[in-house]
Ligand binder design. Structure first.
Ligand code: SF4
Length: 437
């Protein structure tokens, strides 16, 4: 399987792009993790991977989206991006996830990539703006991998994304990328309407046939102004999704990403572990893209190094999130997050000004944490990579105790409770504030 994957990388993509990926994302990406670990040992903090939403606008209106896509356009301009990227690179970072809205609606996006040839960019996109010409330019630049979202079969996808023709246009974007031999990815936010169609071996085979090199399964997050909780996966479905990913990694010549588990199958949250944080189109520094609260901004006068190192809000968030669950705090404990944000008087970073109200209305839901049902990696390559570079960096050892975890109760039953879990206890979690330090 590894040989088939290597053969695909060499024959189906541009070798220059593979070399750039290996250097900028492979070597330098791992080096950024080493630097992150050294900082943690010294009691310092700067996340090795940053996700940056460069623009709020989008041409689609997807169900469950949390971004104010219809609000007045706001974007991070070239000067602010230069400053942000240069400061992060000075800390040893080399990889940046680029989100939106729809990132390709940012008129200067390609210029930004061109100005930072020593960094690697993964662009989360619907693919509609990737024409043959844009794909050619991405190939020339060499430091970008498009990650195109497909949210179901044609009918489902178009319903999920708010209008007809969305699916075929995204497929066209993928074809433009693969025809130009880009290292192309496809991502899916797994939910009730696409679970049966896309968590399938035949879908993985189809991606390989199309020349797609990697795929990323997210799990649908119940957030935003229209959270659509009926779309969320059950704990059993999340468990089956994890098993599927682990099996397919050993079988198919395509890389498969999931960002919620370590090498031994223990659940984790990349924001709680400090692996990543997020910058909004307005410059707000948020724990992660769906947690729209902040106390700091990239537009503050302090250098980013100081902001991340000294942010009591982000530190407190990591401790609270890691102390309450190994899964996703906004799914499992919106009440704690709500209390934390209020106590710390965090700014609601949405334009709609409703982030607090949305949290008030969120019910508790199960997330990737399903104790007793861990699925360890079977592929030695993923196992090794995760052991070295994708784990909890000690966050759960320091903060998490199973006895303080609260399973999700539906109709009077704990739907994700491990058989070994003690009877429900009253939570003793204390909500930290800046004043506690
Ligand atoms: S809080 Fe939830 S959505 Fe945010 S990074 Fe953690 S697991 Fe993902």
């Amino acid at each position: 399987m590894y040989l088939r994957l290597a053969k695909r990388a060499l024959l189906e993509t541009d070798k220059r792009l593979v070399a750039k990926f290996a250097w900028l994302m492979g070597y330098k990406g791992l080096r950024s993790v080493v630097k992150h670990k050294s900082r943690l040992k010294r009691g310092e903090f700067f996340p090795p991977f940053l996700y940056i939403s460069v623009i709020n606008s989008c041409n689609l209106r997807c169900q469950g989206c949390w971004v104010d896509v219809a609000a007045k356009q706001e974007k991070i301009d070239i000067a602010a991006m230069d400053s942000l990227l240069n400061q992060a690179k000075a800390m040893g970072n080399s990889f940046f996830g680029i989100l939106g809205g729809e990132p390709f609606m940012h008129a200067d996006l390609l210029e930004i990539f061109a100005r930072h040839p020593d960094a690697y960019f993964q662009v989360f996109t619907n693919g509609h703006f990737i024409t043959d010409e844009v794909a050619k330019e991405l190939r020339r630049l060499g430091n970008v991998t498009p990650l195109i979202s497909i949210e179901g079969s044609e009918i489902i996808s178009d319903e999920r994304r708010g209008r007809g023709g969305v699916y075929s246009k995204s497929i066209e974007g993928i074809e433009n990328c693969t025809r130009n031999k880009l290292l192309t990815g496809v991502c899916t936010s797994l939910c009730q309407t696409n679970y049966d169609d896309l968590l399938q071996e035949k879908w993985i085979d189809r991606l390989i046939e199309m020349g797609v090199f990697y795929t990323w399964y997210h799990i649908y997050r119940i957030v935003g102004p229209e959270p659509n909780p009926q779309l969320a996966l059950t704990p059993e479905q999340q468990y089956q999704a994890r098993k599927f990913v682990v099996e397919m990694r050993c079988k198919k010549p395509i890389a498969i990403i999931d960002a919620y588990y370590d090498a031994d199958g223990n659940a984790l949250c990349p924001a709680a572990t400090g692996f990543t944080h997020h910058i909004s189109p307005y410059g707000d520094i948020e724990p992660c893209p769906v947690i729209q609260f902040a106390k700091e901004s990239i537009h503050d006068e302090r250098p980013l190094k100081e902001v991340f190192n000294e942010s009591e809000f982000l530190r407190g968030f990591r401790e609270l999130a890691a102390g309450s669950t190994r899964g996703c705090i906004i799914l499992e404990r919106p009440d704690l997050l709500n209390e934390y944000a209020r106590k710390n008087e965090a700014k609601d970073t949405t334009v709609r000004g409703a982030a607090y109200q949305e949290l008030d209305e969120l019910q508790t839901n199960p997330s990737q944490y399903n104790p007793g049902r861990e699925v360890p990696e079977k592929s030695w390559a993923y196992w090794l990579l995760k052991k070295f570079a994708f784990h909890d960096y000690g966050a759960y050892g320091r903060h998490f105790e199973l006895k303080n975890w609260r399973p999700t109760i539906k109709d009077g039953e704990a739907i994700n409770q491990s058989p070994s879990h003690p009877p429900l206890v009253q939570l003793e979690t204390t909500i930290p504030t800046s004043a506690d330090k």
